[in-house]
Design a protein around this ligand. Sequence first.
Ligand SMILES: [Zn+2]
Length: 220
Amino acid sequence: MTFTSETVEALVDQFTRLPTIGRKTAQRLAAFVMKMPREEVVEIARALVAVKDKVRNCAVCGNVTDEDLCGVCTSPRRDAQTICVVEEPNDVMAFERTGEYGGVYHVLGGAISPLEGIGPEELRVRELVARVSGALTLSEDARARIPGARETGTLPPAREVILAMNPNVEGDTTAYYVGQLLAPFGIAVTRIARGLPIGGDLEFADEATLSRALEGRAGL
Ligand SMILES: [Zn+2]
């Protein structure tokens, strides 16, 4: 199937830039878009631009949010002394889907990968250390909205940090590095169990596997 319109071809090209979308799927999507009512297409276009304009990282955990702080960090129902460290916001969603985790998160924004030129400086590692050591300065607004922070002016002290990086070389490297950095603070540092397929992506693990990996976490 070849399109004769340059405009359609341009759309197909744009779709192929997305992960998991090959040329054939891109062509099917483009054909579908052409049949959609104009208003619906505008809604999709607006949603695409909005994630770039409105979404930011939570000032405490780095997760994606439309405000300064995310819903997990401001929730009175979460255990703010247990911090699960993940690579990407999608990993937070994976843990939330299990419904088993009641702590808070810290999103690094990736994993250490010398091959891709990603070192600790490119990740939110310093922010994690600041958070655990109690050196993170909270804004007036954050103090008012984070449970327990109003009284003390700071985050509740961490009791356990769970390292939940992907089970691959980059994830292992990152977990080791972060574990070493956190060792002097005298808190429990654990890593989720190896129930996950090696080389796999945590974000695609099913809920049961992820829950088991969380339950079976062990000290470094
Ligand atoms: Zn947050």
